[in-house]
Design a protein around this ligand. Sequence first.
Ligand code: HEM
Length: 182
Amino acid sequence: MYGMVNEGIRSFIEKEHGAEMWLSICKSANVDTASFERMTSYDDSITYALVGAICQHTGLPADNVLKVFGTYWVEFAGSSNFGTFLRLAGNSFVSRIKGLDDMHDSILLSMPHLKPPSFEIEEIGEDTYLLDYYSERDGLAPMVIGLLYGLAAETDEKINIEQVTFKKEVTEPDQFRVTLLK
Ligand code: HEM
């Protein structure tokens, strides 16, 4: 993943647990640097190793770490220059979900090695949606849950999310039922 993601993890850990903790996490993860170039693509194994080391140090399961980081990412990435793309998609949670693929695609111009996720949203009832999340990677569905809560917080909306399908093949989506709460 691009260094920006690993920098997001660093920013999150330093804010919550301090710089010493971040250095210990890098050491446990066998990562030989404590900072990353935002616009350079690094091997995914670094990101997964950092998450594993955070689990060791905090005692939290990976699902929780990914979820909390997902929520933080909306704030972190949203305050970068790319955040404008997200807000241009509209002022509601659903319009921003619909704009996610275009937003990640526009980042491709600056990050040509990006392997962006893809989302499809379908309304299945009043205030209820099915959201498909496609990725070349495994194990990041809990992060998506955190991302969605973070996205809803930005537009001041309340949502509930339940994962209804867990992908078994890389070409399949993870699927979530999203309910907008009044
Ligand atoms: C302005 C805000 C955002 C920016 C700048 C941004 C940018 C990025 C970048 C740089 C990556 C790394 C991909 C790679 O290196 O291959 C990434 C991954 C990802 N993004 Fe975003 N993103 C933003 C918001 C969101 C939101 C709101 C969601 C979902 C609700 C989302 C879903 C994901 C997921 C799930 C991944 C992991 C990659 C994968 O699934 O394979 N992003 N994003």
